[in-house]
Design a protein around this ligand. Structure first.
Ligand SMILES: [Zn+2]
Length: 237
């Protein structure tokens, strides 16, 4: 029982460490996610368990909107069940949701009847994200800082959006992957807040080492992994 995820990162290239992280997190709850860069063919999108993710810039400008629209149409105009009118409606909802700067990812779902074929759109980390500063301080050069920042951001957002296609709703636990993040971009999330509280304050080198290590090891969890497994076993042949 494997879910196949293809990530179109042409607009915003990602590091392959992000793919491995997403696969690892789902392996931890007994779900096999085959994650690769690329795009499914239209025919492949008809198959349950093939999920297309498209990465957009954080600006969500006219080019991003075009990408989002074509990703939605690709699937929503595809039979069975698809039609132009349905696609128009989903395109409008998708553009409206992603135009909100506080929305980082959106699952343009066929749920609940057909949850596993939803196109997922994900924006790059916003310039004013509170966590940016933590990564800048934790690394001596910006290349490493951005790589660690991207790994943290994208793995959380991708795992969250995939959770929706696996039938999971939001919850109120800030340490759960399905927490409705973010309530506002300026807010440091609860995991990072705890790491910063625990970090030694007296020495920059020790602070940097502590933050790097803890960011890599403290993960969110799923309080409802059973629902995700049930959805996949129901829909994936
Ligand atoms: Zn969500």
């Amino acid at each position: 029982m494997t879910v196949y995820v293809r990530i179109d990162d042409l607009a915003q290239p990602l590091d392959s460490s992000i793919l491995a992280e997403v696969t690892d997190i789902y392996a931890g709850i007994g779900i096999t996610v085959d994650t690769q860069f690329g795009s499914f063919l239209k025919e492949e999108l008809k198959i349950e368990g093939n999920i297309q993710i498209t990465i957009l810039s954080s600006r969500f400008d006219a080019d991003d909107q075009k990408l989002a629209e074509s990703a939605v149409r690709e699937l929503w105009e595809t039979p069975p069940g698809g039609s132009s009118a349905a696609a128009d409606n989903v395109v409008a909802n998708t553009i409206s949701n992603l135009s909100n700067p506080d929305v980082w990812g959106y699952t343009a779902g066929l749920a609940p009847a057909d949850p596993l074929r939803s196109p997922i759109l994900i924006k790059a980390p916003p310039d004013n994200w509170a966590e940016n500063d933590v990564f800048t301080r934790a690394y001596d050069n910006s290349v490493e800082a951005n790589k660690a920042r991207d790994l943290y951001y994208y793995s959380n957002v991708i795992v969250h959006e995939l959770g929706h296609t696996f039938g999971l709703n939001h919850n109120n636990d800030p340490l759960d992957f399905m927490y409705n993040l973010p309530p506002g971009q300026q807010q440091i999330d609860k995991i990072m807040e705890k790491i910063l509280d625990d970090a030694p304050k007296d020495d920059l080198v020790r602070w940097q080492e502590f933050v790097r290590t803890e960011v890599a090891s403290r993960k969110r969890y799923f309080s409802d992994a059973a629902t995700a497994r049930d959805t996949i076993s129901k829909f994936v042949k």
